[in-house]
Ligand binder design. Structure first.
Ligand code: GDP
Ligand code: MN
Length: 387
């Protein structure tokens, strides 16, 4: 789970890492009131789970209330794409923060290096640009050091990292202290990534985290009540809807909606669609013994994802009866006013009856295929180019 910048900063604040004062706001009036309280100049920052907001116009300095209003109006509701074209992410919230006078911009991160089975600390004196750029332009400016997770990061080790990275002498201690606290926060919160870019030195030579990117291991949320509550609010709308309906659903990036019964068949269906050159939009296990109502619910969730341009049903009847599924498809098509192409492959228990029901319903956008591979090829063709 990715935290928004300000949620990350609140976590930093609790860990004793200096962050600028700020307040979140979801509408323009709240944003202006927050700016008035914080004072000017202040910074209006788009809160989306993607970097590169500065370049995209999602971060603006306001010198008075009028500018704060204009920036909040421009930023709330804007769509931001990531540096690699990810998204777009709509800005629903801004973070109003006191402006900082920047003397130097550093880069600091801690990631879980799975291959080494250890956390990896990265520090550079070249902040502001992204880590790939730093690696390209000046690889020597990046210091990378593994941490023994059984021992943690000591102040001495952190200081050595700071010195090796060429951090200004007068702030090496300050940077080291922050690295240690970030490491403690990383471990205590089951994070897989903490990135501070830029970690700044202010005009007063204080070290402050000016940005925060934090990813928490979703499987560890059960032991972090505070973070689990955030997860509920940042959850993807389709995933939230599926959870409400009691479905096992995971959203993916593609445009081919998928419904299969049983986790195993569902996984294989994703693979076969990918093999046919398509991009699955989701994993959705209709479960064993799926009834018509469950099919309606499932289709409703799949359909609510705007990216989906075609849907594949891959059902192998066992406990699940294909005639039930077919009835569900027919009901759902009329109830949901389904205008997307539907490719159906039914096999197993009562499949003949199921196929007969579908044939009789004579749905104009329904296509039947006999094998999984044919069904995958067909749905990919009907879905058009990958989104
Ligand atoms: P990102 O573009 O999504 O990574 O967002 P950041 O929070 O890293 O902000 C991008 C850039 O905006 C930073 O690298 C800074 O140069 C600049 N910036 C952000 N906050 C302030 C501020 O308080 N004062 C000044 N002068 N610049 C800021
Ligand atoms: Mn940044």
């Amino acid at each position: 789970m990715d935290l928004l910048e300000y949620q990350g900063k609140q976590l930093f604040g609790r860990a004793g890492v200096s962050v600028p004062d700020g307040e979140p706001a979801r509408d323009v009036e709240t944003a202006v009131a927050a700016a008035d309280r914080i004072g000017y100049p202040c910074v209006v920052k788009a809160q989306v789970q993607i970097g590169g907001r500065g370049k995209a116009g999602g971060i603006k300095v306001a010198k008075d209330a009028e500018e704060a209003r204009a920036h909040a109006e421009a930023i709330i509701g804007m769509n931001i794409r990531g540096p690699r074209g990810e998204g777009p992410f709509t800005v629903h919230e801004v973070w109003i923060e006191e402006a900082s006078e920047i003397d130097a911009e550093y880069y600091a991160s801690i990631i879980l290096d799975r291959s080494a089975k250890k956390p990896l600390v990265i520090l550079s004196r070249m902040g502001g640009m992204n880590v790939e750029e730093i690696a390209d332009t000046d690889p020597d400016a990046l210091v990378r050091r593994h941490v023994d997770p059984t021992k943690g990061l000591t102040t001495d080790e952190a200081r050595t990292i700071g010195i090796d990275a060429g951090i200004d002498d007068d702030v090496v201690d300050g940077v080291a202290e922050i690295l240690v606290k970030l490491y403690e926060a990383f471990a205590a919160n089951d994070a897989t990534l903490i990135e501070v870019n830029p970690l700044i030195v202010t005009a007063g030579r204080e070290v402050v985290a000016l940005d925060a990117k934090v990813t928490i291991d979703g499987n560890a949320l059960f032991r972090h009540q505070d973070l689990a509550e955030i997860a509920d609010t940042v959850e993807d709308p389709q995933e939230a809807m599926a959870k409400e309906k009691g479905l096992t659903y995971v959203k993916l990036d593609g445009n081919v909606g998928i419904l299969a019964n049983g986790a195993g068949l569902c996984m294989s269906t994703l693979d076969v669609v990918a093999q046919a050159g398509g991009a699955p939009a989701n994993f959705l296990d209709a479960g064993g013994g799926s009834k018509a109502e469950a099919i309606v619910n499932a289709l409703e969730v799949i359909k609510s994802d705007d990216k989906v341009t075609a849907i594949l049903f891959n059902i192998f009847g066992g406990i699940t009866r294909c005639d039930e599924i077919a009835k569900g498809i027919v009901t759902a098509s009329s109830q949901l006013d389904l205008d997307l192409p539907l490719v159906v492959r039914l096999d197993g228990t009562n499949s003949e009856e199921g196929l007969r029901i579908l044939a009789e319903a004579d749905l104009p956008n329904l296509h039947q295929e006999k094998t999984m591979l044919d069904a995958a090829r067909r749905v990919v063709e009907l879905a058009g180019g990958a989104s």
